[in-house]
Design a binder for this molecule. Structure first.
Ligand SMILES: Cc1cc2nc3c(=O)[nH]c(=O)nc-3n(C[C@H](O)[C@H](O)[C@H](O)COP(=O)(O)OP(=O)(O)OC[C@H]3O[C@@H](n4cnc5c(N)ncnc54)[C@H](O)[C@@H]3O)c2cc1C
Length: 477
């Protein structure tokens, strides 16, 4: 197997039970895989959607019931063994084994790596109260429990998630400071001109935007000062701390070495409002002792101090690859895959964890957006089903959206921050426009705010990587 099609009666294991992993499992079943299908997920929840965590869910306009990626009945119909609360801790390619929680293991004929990404944080903040990260629904519950009228929130990091949380927190009545060391908000994703449009919207909504300034330390309630250095991924809980989920028949299926198996959905959609008290993991990177001190202020590089009751650290993510160390997969800023998403003969990777060759020049990219995870989950499963020799090349047109206040920001393609920007419809001043990004006259992407139809008009030019002049002509016509 591997270069040849997947045996439909074999065993496929998917590690990561979120968007990319679920889409891969759904595609395997929809396209003829009838064998054993094991999905391993470190979280204790059924697969759920992350974008609302910084928007509707955090704003309390959506409940947990709106987050599930699949209705329970459809999940059941997939006939998969969903091992929630179990963490893959190592991979042996030679023996075709994934180790779970450092204790038992599951054997595979084909493996999908879909472990996504882990938020970055600063060293030594684990025991500090009031400091939050945002990646999971538990994180959103913990942060949401702290936000409200008059609360002073400082967001460190002016990317998509930091900017979205700032907007949501204003909606909830919090007073918000947004700190970004680069000269403009969202500059990496959107470039300086469009970043400034978003920045203006934040200022209009009363956000204290501090750009070009790094946050250097937190001041704490016990008089200590916690320097903000030593950036790294949030530490994982120790192996073996996840609960076991009983198998319905008390044993593993044929070929099972795992002590865990299919179990009831641990967290059924109830329609009830989610918990609003802080979750156990309230500090960034800590499942341990309760905080000994809480944050009172954030010090900035220019010597100023911003008072804070709550701090969100939103400084980016790292691909969740620690469990693959020593596995012989190529790990370089993610799991490196080829054009068919194969990382090895019988292993594919998809979503935020995968680093894949993009475009004509095949430069390796890792994309941290919803549509990419969804499309790659599907494509990775198809690659396994077809086998590496026959699998189609994955060549998508990347897409991301972000909602901040009444701004619907949409980007297609993968522009670089220093690409030229050509406004082709509307105006930056009005905050409603479509603009094309170009490099040496060739389209690298397009952005629209409040102009979804017009943006789709330039999509073919982005897909073709055509000439900027042609893309401008399309909207002029
Ligand atoms: C707050 C927030 C808002 C967002 N908003 C937008 C948006 O507006 N637009 C947009 O395009 N994108 C948005 N995104 C990004 C989008 O949600 C991600 O790109 C997408 O979730 C990636 O899916 P994934 O399946 O690759 O990885 P993930 O969603 O990260 O899932 C990976 C899963 O694998 C599990 N896992 C990790 N390691 C292991 C292990 N060793 N063993 C078992 N399981 C493991 C994790 O616990 C996790 O459940 C947002 C993300 C966040 C956090």
């Amino acid at each position: 197997m591997g270069d040849t099609p997947l045996d439909p009666g074999g065993t496929a294991v998917v590690v990561g039970s979120s968007l990319a992993g679920l889409r891969a499992a759904q595609t395997l079943r929809a396209e003829g895989f009838t064998g054993r299908l094991v999905v391993v997920g470190a979280e204790h929840h059924a697969p759920y959607d992350r974008p609302p965590l910084s928007k509707q869910y955090l704003a309390r306009t959506w409940g947990l019931d709106r987050l599930w990626l699949s209705p329970q009945a459809k999940l059941d119909a997939l006939g998969l063994e969903l091992l929630s609360g179990r963490r893959a801790t190592s991979l042996s390619l030679e023996e075709h084994l994934v180790e779970l929680d450092g204790t038992d293991h599951v054997r595979f004929d084909a493996l999908v790596v879909a472990t996504g990404a882990t938020p970055l944080t600063f060293a030594g903040l684990g025991g500090v109260g009031g400091v939050h990260l945002l990646r999971t629904v538990d994180d959103a519950d913990a942060l949401g429990a702290r936000l409200g009228e008059g609360v002073r929130l400082v967001v460190i990091g002016g990317g998509f998630i930091g900017s979205e949380v700032a907007a949501t927190a204003r909606h909830l009545g919090a007073s918000v400071s947004l700190v970004e060391p680069l000269p403009t908000l969202l500059v990496r994703a959107l470039g300086p001109e469009v970043g400034e449009v978003c920045e203006a919207a934040h200022r209009e909504h009363g956000v204290d935007v501090r750009v070009g300034l790094a946050a250097v330390a937190l001041q704490l309630s016990d008089g200590r000062r916690a320097p903000l250095d030593g950036v790294g991924p949030r530490p994982e809980p120790p192996a073996g701390t996840g609960p076991r989920v009983e198998e319905p028949d008390g044993g593993g299926g044929p070929g099972s070495e795992s002590s865990a198996g299919a179990g009831p959905r641990p967290d059924l959609p109830t329609g009830a409002r989610p918990r609003r008290e802080p979750a156990a993991r309230s500090g960034p990177g800590s499942d341990v002792a309760p905080p000994t001190a809480t944050v009172t202020a954030v010090e900035l590089a220019d010597g100023t101090t911003v008072p804070a009751d709550v701090v969100l650290v939103a400084i980016g993510v790292a691909p969740a690859v620690s469990w693959l160390a020593g596995s012989a997969l190529s790990l370089d800023g993610g799991v490196v895959v080829g054009p068919t998403l194969h990382a090895a003969r019988e292993v594919v990777a998809a979503g935020d964890v995968a680093r894949w060759p993009f475009g004509a020049d095949g430069r390796l990219v890792r994309v941290e957006h919803w549509t990419n995870a969804s499309e790659q989950g599907v494509a990775a499963a198809r690659s396994l089903l077809a086998g590496r020799r026959h699998a189609p090349v994955h060549d998508p047109v990347p897409y991301v959206w972000s909602d901040q206040y009444d701004l619907k920001i949409q980007v297609i393609g993968l522009p670089d921050a220093d690409d030229e920007l050509h406004v082709v419809d509307g105006s930056l001043a009005s905050g409603r426009f479509v603009a094309v990004y170009g490099r040496h006259g060739t389209v690298t992407g397009a952005v629209g705010i409040g102009r979804p139809r017009q943006l789709m008009g330039v999509r073919p030019a982005v897909q073709r990587r055509g000439l900027v002049a042609d893309a401008i002509a399309v909207l002029d016509a």
